[in-house]
Design a protein around this ligand. Sequence first.
Ligand SMILES: [Zn+2]
Length: 341
Amino acid sequence: MTNRFARAAAALIALLPLPASAWGPVGHEAIGTASAEWLEKQGYTSAQKHVQALLRPGETLASISNWADHIKYGSPLPGDTESQAFLDDERNLVPTVEDGKARHFGFHYTDRPFQARAYEPGGIGARPDDIVGTLNECIVSLQNADKGGQRFSPRVALMLLTHFVGDLHQPLHVGCGYIVPGEGGDWRFAYPSAANGAICDEGGNKIAFKLDGRKTRLHRYWDEHAVLTAAHGRSSAIFGKALALYEPHPAWKAHGPLNTWPRVWASDTLAASREMYAPVRLVSASGEGAAREWTIAFDGGNMAYSRLSGRLADRQLGKAAYRLAELLNAIWPTPGKTPKQ
Ligand SMILES: [Zn+2]
């Protein structure tokens, strides 16, 4: 890749509209804080040491948790060679998804139909470089850091991994609604097939409703409103500490080979996607082709949906934090605390 192309692409990135980042900064920071608490509580000292060695003075898991979103929309500051190197790497830049955005935008999600019972590599909506594939690349890069020549540098791999474990638990980063016309001019969600030609709602980015009089896309609602509802006015630091007090459900614990964990967690998030799509009704459509969008409403109304979203976001954030600590311990196991694989 030439520098000229890289600069042009970076300028293009800077010009794109600013969609919300997954879970928003508050959600990711809370996960980082809670995960650091879990490392301490569980006695995962080896992971703590390795993480510390990759962080710079004053940095924490919380403070690096949004780097993966920052590089989506801003040009690196002068001297930030790390971000520049990431953006210059054509494996992160050349678009592979139809939207023409730099490839790393697509690292943050996958587009499985919410009705699917499991994440399947090669299944509808999955890509080799989607969130599941990229998380596995991060794990491999950290496990083999001594050997050099990995897909991501150890520090970048840690920053990406911290962010993507969070994104993997945002229901709209794994499950999508696929939309088909119903009979009589209405619209409905359906499992996509060649026969029905269903259109993906792009993780809730193409469906919107009025919230306090303002058009709000469902994706943004889950990144921001749902997280703030769960946080109840607390800062990300205080909210994160509270998340680390939860009694982990046995199902939060991962088993088996490490490279299956992201896939298993994606399948688990699909259950949350089904919960969050269950009350969503398609009301009407506007626009044509790629510009088509749908207006939605919720069974039970906005207030009931707000309660559901706060409850579900709280659970997903808590689970993500616990699992991030488990994953870091699996990558850098503390003797006597090695997970069963
Ligand atoms: Zn993200």
